[in-house]
Design a protein around this ligand. Sequence first.
Ligand SMILES: NC(=O)C1=CN([C@@H]2O[C@H](COP(=O)(O)OP(=O)(O)OC[C@H]3O[C@@H](n4cnc5c(N)ncnc54)[C@H](OP(=O)(O)O)[C@@H]3O)[C@@H](O)[C@H]2O)C=CC1
Ligand SMILES: CC(=O)[C@@H](O)[C@H](O)COP(=O)(O)O
Ligand SMILES: [Mn+2]
Length: 391
Amino acid sequence: MSSAVRDVVLLGSTGSIGTQALDVVRRNPERFRVVALAAGGRDVGLLAAQAAEFQVAAVAVHDESAAGPLAAELARAGSDARILAGAEAAAEAARIPSDVVLNGITGAIGLAPTLAALAAGSVLALANKESLIIGGALVTGAAGEGQIVPVDSEHSALAQALRSGTAAEVEKLVLTASGGPFRGWTREQLTGVTPAQALAHPTWAMGPVVTTNSATLVNKGLEVIEAHLLFGVPFERIEVVVHPQSIVHSMVEFADGSTMAQCSPPDMRLPIALGLGWPDRVPGAAPACDWTTAATWEFFPLDDAAFPAVRLARECGDRAETYPAVYNASNEVCVDRFLRGELAFTDIVDTVARVVADHEAPQALSLESVLEADRWARGRTVEMLDGRVAL
Ligand SMILES: NC(=O)C1=CN([C@@H]2O[C@H](COP(=O)(O)OP(=O)(O)OC[C@H]3O[C@@H](n4cnc5c(N)ncnc54)[C@H](OP(=O)(O)O)[C@@H]3O)[C@@H](O)[C@H]2O)C=CC1
Ligand SMILES: CC(=O)[C@@H](O)[C@H](O)COP(=O)(O)O
Ligand SMILES: [Mn+2]
């Protein structure tokens, strides 16, 4: 184990990943110290309380109008943290000298902070899968060897399982999917589901976007692309299997027929702690499996007809360029509409598929082309949903 305390910049500190990361730090002060926090700005009271508890030097908020209320809350909480505010604030925070930047922001907006953390030379503990998926080779190309450590549970599992063999020995990666709250449902049954039903994830408590993505299986589609980019394994050798218990977090099959699985009860504090401490494990990060009680672990094939999101993501990942950015951006708009009660559940992936079909990719991937594709896909999705483009 490395002995020095690691300085951590935590992006998305008020969210599900962020609050669990702070719990890990709180219980391991001899290993980790938080130097900066970033959030959108929706809960400045919580952000200020976090800043005071962890005595951070800087706090960033995306929403500029939250800076004033944040200053008042910081003063009340007894924190003298410097405030960074505005669209660049999270990226600025990511540039603050640190050992690890944990990106726990939701959505494509996490791209600039991801690139900033990599350019600053910090280890990037990556929960914000969207930034890697839309940035593709831009992100992997900006990262040094081992600079990105996955926090997403499946990819943390794969990284752990891959420790037991060489790259040449890998036959396939097997991503597990809980199947979400609608596992086993037909397409007809899915049309009328409500946001409340979609947000009732059977095994994980997470933020609303990733939870909805789990219900549509878009999350698993994104994770197939994420696995391809992180581990360099071709799409045809990345499988998805439905595992409702979410205890086997993913598996690596090796050339000799051996399969290595990483198993633990569903608790993100384990992959978060490993992401912050990599390659060291943090003792007691989360409870282990209880082998004294009878348990059943099930595995089922994915129903591609009712849940076409994974197949569509594979196509986008295979076409690369700006297709993953279009898939993600269109989905973000659709999820927002669905959660507001303005879009049917099955229209989420149907609309994403239509927007993807309309996309003409630029020749080369660049930061500008990714941002332009993201803008275009959001606009096209809104046009379609508002009836200006025939569905
Ligand atoms: N939750 C989980 O268990 C898992 C999550 N992930 C991934 O981790 C990421 C975070 O998910 P989750 O924690 O569930 O999401 P949440 O919605 O719970 O939290 C998102 C956080 O990001 C902050 N945020 C939003 N916009 C900005 C911005 N522009 N700058 C800085 N901070 C911002 C939010 O602050 P505010 O509320 O003020 O806007 C909030 O703190 C996602 O990419 C998700 O897919 C992956 C695996 C598991
Ligand atoms: C905890 C985590 O990593 C989530 O991304 C999780 O994968 C969601 O579960 P499913 O997408 O498998 O339902
Ligand atoms: Mn995951």
